[in-house]
Each structure stands twice: as C-alpha cells, then as structure tokens.
Design a protein around this ligand. Sequence first.
Ligand code: FE
Ligand code: FE
Length: 164
Amino acid sequence: MQLNTLHDLLIHEPRELHSAEKQLSKALPKMAKAATSPKLKKGFEKHLTETEGQIKRLDQIFAELDVSSRGPKCAAMEGLVEEGSELIKTAGDDNVKDAALIGAAQRVEHYEMAGYGTARAFAELLGLPKIAKLLQATLDEEGATNKKLTELAESEINAEALAE
Ligand code: FE
Ligand code: FE
C-alpha cells in the first residue's frame, strides 16, 4: 500500500494496531500465568477480555472503511512481547519478577495509547466521528489499564520487591 493521503494513514494505523492486539492477546495469558500476585494475574486476565473487545472495535472500523484488516505484522509489539517472554523465562524472586512484568505491561499500554491517540486524531480530522469514537473507547481502556498498573505497583508490588 502507499501512504499518499491522511485517509491512507487512517487505514494503515488500525491495521498496525490490529496486528499488535492480536499478538498481545496471545501474550497476555502467558503474562497472567507468570504473575504471582493474584491482583496482577486478575489484571492481565481482565485486560485479555478487553483486548478481545478492542480487536472487535478495530474490525468495526475496517467494516466502516470497507477495507480488510490485513496489514504488516506490528514489529514494535513483536519486540515488546519478546521482551516480556524473556522476562518470564528469567529466574528470580517472584515479587521482583511481578514488578518487572508491570514494567513490561506498561510499555505495551503506552505503545497502544500512542497508536490509538494518533489514529483517533486522524479520524477526527477526516470527519469520521463514528471511527473516532471507537478509537477513543479503546484509548480510554488502555489508559485505565496503565493507571491500574501504576496503582498496583505503587500500592504493593514495588514495596514487596524492595523487601526482598
Ligand atoms: Fe489493546
Ligand atoms: Fe492494552
């Protein structure tokens, strides 16, 4: 595909996000399994359900734009997931590893927030409020997830890791 117009970019960005979300939906169960804290485990499981809904929202966007979801594999998410699986494989203290998992997950959320925020801005500029709204709904979920991860780290997990 070529990128000649903002509309081309509005197709490209959600395709990239679609690949990212698909990869993440395979990684989140492994992160949930690797987490020791029940709250962190639950958080990852909850975000898996949300992620599945986010993929559906992207599918709605492709239907709206009358294009397929097919695009290149998101290399950035591939790298982030790879970092997460390296972490999971690393031997160490459970609490310290939980703190590390939160760091890996927040990298993912920030990446997604950047992507959804960018795509939403394009949709707004192009006068496509229905698409902008779908993108904003996911952006809100990613933001809330990121915030919850910060709260969990600051309220307990970092302190538990420090106590080791
Ligand atoms: Fe997501
Ligand atoms: Fe997310």
